[in-house]
Structures are given as C-alpha cells and as structure tokens.
Design a protein around this ligand. Structure first.
Ligand code: BGC
Length: 384
C-alpha cells in the first residue's frame, strides 16, 4: 500500500524542489527600470582610534548597487547584472572594516595625494627640495604611509533625478606625508540610471604642490573571487606607454606600444602576452587624448558573464595593473582567497614620478588654481 504511493510522492517533491530553485533564480534577476533609486546610510564600525565609519549604499533604477565607506572613500562592492540580468559583485574587497584597516592593497580606495610612485620620495619645486614619507622600499607609493586611502572622509549624500551619489571631503594638511600646502579635496561618486559609476575629483591648495588622485578598484567582471582575469579582453586607447626600471619607476621615455605585449590598441586577452612582461602588467599608458576632455580610455569585455566596462576620463594616463602582487594570502569578501591576477586595476591618472620628469604633463597645482578630474565607468552586458 505505502509502496504504491512512494513514487508519486517523490516525484511531487522533486518537482517542488526544481520549481522553487527556478523561482529563486528568476527572483535573483534584476528588472531593468523597475527598482527604486536610492541612498541608504548605515554604520560600518569604528577605526581603532574610535572614529565612526559609515557605509552608503547607492542603488540605481536598474538595480546596480555601489557600496561606499567613509574610510578611504572606498568602494567596497559594486553589483552589476550579467547577460541574464543576474547581479554580481565585480570588485575585490573585504566584508568588514577590520579587513580594510589591517592590510589593504588599496582595494577600491581613493589614492592620494599622489597616485603611484615618486622616486626616492623626493622632488624639487620652485627651488625647494621636499622629502616625502617612503613606503615602497626607498620610494613613495600612493601618498605614503598614511595616504588618502587610510583616512576617514566627511560625507554627504547627493540625490539627483538620474543619479544617486555621495560627496566625500577631506582636508590634507600642510606637511602631511611631507607634501606642501593645505589641500581641501572633494571626491563625488555617482551611480547614474545610464549604468555609469562617475568619480569626480576637485582640490585647491594654498601652496604649490604635486597632486594626482585616482581610484584603485580591482575588478573581475566575472565576479569577485571567481578566478583570474586573464581571459578578460582589454582595449586601451593608448599608442604609447611609459617604460619602467626594476623598481617600477618610469625611465622618462614615452615608447610606442606597437609590436610589443603593451599593444592593447585592438582588444586582446590580458593573458595573451602577460608572461612576456616581467611580473605582469604594472604600467602607465599614455592616453591618446591629452587635451583634458572626457574620452574613452579603456574597454574590458568578459565573455562568460557578458559584462562589459568602458572607462572614460579627462586624465592623460591610465595605470594598468594586473594584480601581480596578490599571492593567495588575502581572504576577502565571502571567504574568497585572492591569488595572483584575480583582479585588474585601471587607474586614471597622471604619469608616475611626474614631479621628477619635466617632460611629463605637469602635476603641480598652485594657489588660485583648481584640480579637476572626471572618470566614468560605464557598464552593460552582451549576449554574444
Ligand atoms: C601599482 C602597483 C602596486 C599596487 C598596489 C598599483 O597602482 O602600480 O605597483 O603594487 O598599486 O596595490
């Protein structure tokens, strides 16, 4: 009697399981244009010296989500739909503040006062020699020991008709990490309904100073922690790059990319020639557009998810870094272990070591002038 009923019962149970799995998959999908745009503020904990850190979640009308914290003005996650409409977090990072404070290779951070290296932490300006904090052997990297990525920024929300944003402000004091001049800085992140993440920078100073602000997300368009980024296809709008010495300091030369592994003028997989570049890509590319207007700098395509990212910038350079120093010792979000090449950075910027390279575009900001920089990350997905 019981045996007679067992098979249909098992069949019904199996159908229920399959149905609820499919229903869940459907509900994971984002319905374009149907989500309420918004900004949510929450606590993200306290720094060891007791300063409150806040988390802002920006959501656009298509369900893209950017989560930003006041510590380092860090983008802690960025959820973007794939070709099936299923959202995925495409930037590396940590689940909590502790992770960012203990050891952060600049995941998602705003880098300043000077992005990338200044040789021997020294430069001369108007006849005066300045000595900066050194934190990369004998060189100065990403603003020094306590750069803009390690300070708590003030924040206020920015709500527009077609965008949700956060405006971060920070006053870098005269003498901080060795730099001259008080430098009030503003960084505004906006998530627009056109599926763009815009980063807009502004600063002024009361003494001449070098400045080079950038954003340092490590991307993996297949989803953070899912594997290496070697099959991503990259295009860079750059006919020249700045070769470097052993310590990754530019030699001063602008070299054509043509006929070298540095040639990304047509899209190619990152992994195609990465082994021909000692250590992996960690180079500044000289963008073809040098006139300060917004122009396409890079396009990245990841076929399995269909996700595509385009980067537009007003800056003259872009640092292409392929996560060469990730070595499996960092456990990031959702317990994911980050190994070599698990993320790539495309940092829009002026060239490294410009304060010591008179032939590079100037990075000197003087009293009465305004530093401005706009970078736009545009996201979409393709079925191909
Ligand atoms: C630099 C790398 C550096 C990395 C730190 C990149 O911008 O070019 O050399 O190791 O930042 O995470």
């Amino acid at each position: 009697m019981i045996i007679k009923y067992i098979r249909p019962v098992i069949l019904i149970l199996a159908l229920v399981v399959v149905f609820s799995f499919c229903a869940k998959k459907e509900s994971d999908k984002i319905e374009k244009g149907k989500i309420e745009m918004g900004i949510k503020k929450q606590s993200f904990g306290k720094t060891p010296d007791g300063i409150d850190v806040d988390l802002y979640t920006l959501t656009n009308a298509n369900g893209l989500k950017a989560r930003l914290i006041t510590y380092g003005a860090i983008l802690v996650s960025l959820e973007v739909p794939d070709k099936n409409g299923t959202p995925g977090d495409i930037v590396l990072g940590y689940d909590d503040l502790d992770g960012y404070i203990k050891e952060n290779p600049y995941f998602g951070a705003i880098v300043g006062r000077y992005g990338n290296r200044i040789a021997k932490g020294k430069f001369k300006l108007d006849g005066v020699e300045y000595r900066l904090a050194t934190n990369n052997d004998e060189n100065h990297l990403h603003g020094g020991i306590k750069g803009f990525d390690k300070v708590v920024w003030q924040a206020e929300t920015v709500q527009k008709k077609e965008a949700a944003g956060v405006k971060f402000t920070y006053l870098s004091k005269d003498g901080e990490e060795g730099y001259p001049g008080n430098l009030p800085c503003t960084v505004i992140y906006e998530l627009t309904n056109a599926d763009e993440l815009k980063v807009r920078y502004e600063a002024t100073t009361d003494k001449a100073t070098p400045i080079n602000l950038t954003h340092h997300s490590y991307f993996n368009l297949a989803g953070q922690g899912t594997g290496d980024i070697l099959s991503h296809q990259v295009l860079l709008a750059a006919d020249y790059y700045t070769p470097v010495d052993e310590a990754l300091i530019p030699t001063g030369e602008l070299r054509p990319v043509k006929d070298s592994p540095m040639d990304f003028t047509s899209a190619k997989a990152i992994g195609k020639e990465v082994d021909l570049v000692k250590g992996g890509y960690d180079h500044n590319f000289v963008l073809n557009n040098q006139n300060g207007t917004l122009a396409l700098a890079a396009k990245v395509v990841e076929f399995s998810s269909g996700r595509i990212m385009e980067i537009y910038t007003t800056e003259p350079g872009i640092q292409f870094y392929t996560g060469n120093f990730l070595d499996g010792t960092i456990t990031g979000k959702a317990g994911k272990v980050y190994k070599k090449h698990y993320g790539f950075c495309l940092e829009t910027q002026h060239y490294p070591d410009s304060p010591n390279k008179p032939n590079f575009p100037s990075v000197i900001l003087r009293p009465g002038e305004k530093y401005t920089h706009l970078t736009v990350h545009k996201f979409y997905a393709s079925q191909e």
